[in-house]
Design a protein around this ligand. Sequence first.
Ligand SMILES: NC(=O)c1ccc[n+]([C@@H]2O[C@H](COP(=O)([O-])OP(=O)(O)OC[C@H]3O[C@@H](n4cnc5c(N)ncnc54)[C@H](OP(=O)(O)O)[C@@H]3O)[C@@H](O)[C@H]2O)c1
Length: 296
Amino acid sequence: MNILVTGANGQLGNEMRIVSKNSQDRYIFTDVVEVEGQGTTILDITNLDAIRKMVSDNDVKVIVNCAAYTNVDKAETDQDFCELLNAKAPENLAIAMKEVGGLLVHISTDYVFGGDPYNTPCKEEQKGTPTGVYGLTKLHGENNIQKTGVDYLIFRTAWLYSEFGKNFVKTMLNLTSTKPQLKVVFDQVGTPTYAYDLAKAIFDIIENRKFEGNTGIYHYSNEGVCSWYDFTKMIAEIAGNTSCDIQPCHSDEFPSPVKRPSYSVLDKTKVKETFGIIVPYWTDSLKICIKNLLKA
Ligand SMILES: NC(=O)c1ccc[n+]([C@@H]2O[C@H](COP(=O)([O-])OP(=O)(O)OC[C@H]3O[C@@H](n4cnc5c(N)ncnc54)[C@H](OP(=O)(O)O)[C@@H]3O)[C@@H](O)[C@H]2O)c1
């Protein structure tokens, strides 16, 4: 089977490259920019004709969409482009897969929730109540995919980090090793996700054809719950950055263009029961990623 990965130069896309190395299937990695030595084919997912051509030329039966507009703050002043990438482009991919009877694997976010004050983990069927443009456009993307009638798997994930690209773990590794003091919000609670773990879960589902008869929306983050403050404390502890004094603070101490959810923990019961996936605890995965980052 031929499988197309979009946004392959991003965090999750790069992890898809790693986990699919010995696949029985043929993976084609695409993005808007070519990275030297990476084997990336150019594909802009806002261009439906280009997607159709790529699908037909390569007899693609599954698309894994790792491309998105992921800058949550910038999205507030860039709504049209964010909507194009997060809502219209996934619809394009869904149309192309529907036309050939294929499957679209799409990634969404915990930020489709947060407008209502939850204090129990969010389930798949819970109504989306985004607090900002990023979450709203991702919710539109989910709806657009469903309207096409394509077979789809939508994985809502959260607080993604990896060895690749820019992310919170890399930022905090740097700040806790260089700053004497740091304040981090403790009133936003969720669960970090090591992109490698999510990529492995997606790969397992495709490689073992577990998607058959199981299309729908699923939640996937690592296990456990923490605030950004707890996350930072753990990053510093694992890295041995003991000289930085890390203090908790409230979100309103940091002026931000967007209101982020105060609670967006995802309930993963469905993904575990449906696919038999074992989800690693967040600190266990964090240790692996930081070890890899520090030895690089
Ligand atoms: N990051 C998080 O904390 C987080 C949390 C929850 C959910 N998610 C979701 O998880 C998924 C993966 O996130 P990520 O952090 O791996 O994203 P990422 O690192 O930002 O990667 C996204 C990739 O998509 C590419 N791209 C941008 N426009 C494109 C286009 N028109 N056509 C094709 N590719 C394009 C980007 O290229 P350029 O960099 O050159 O623009 C980048 O390589 C996304 O759906 C995201 O919404 C992420």
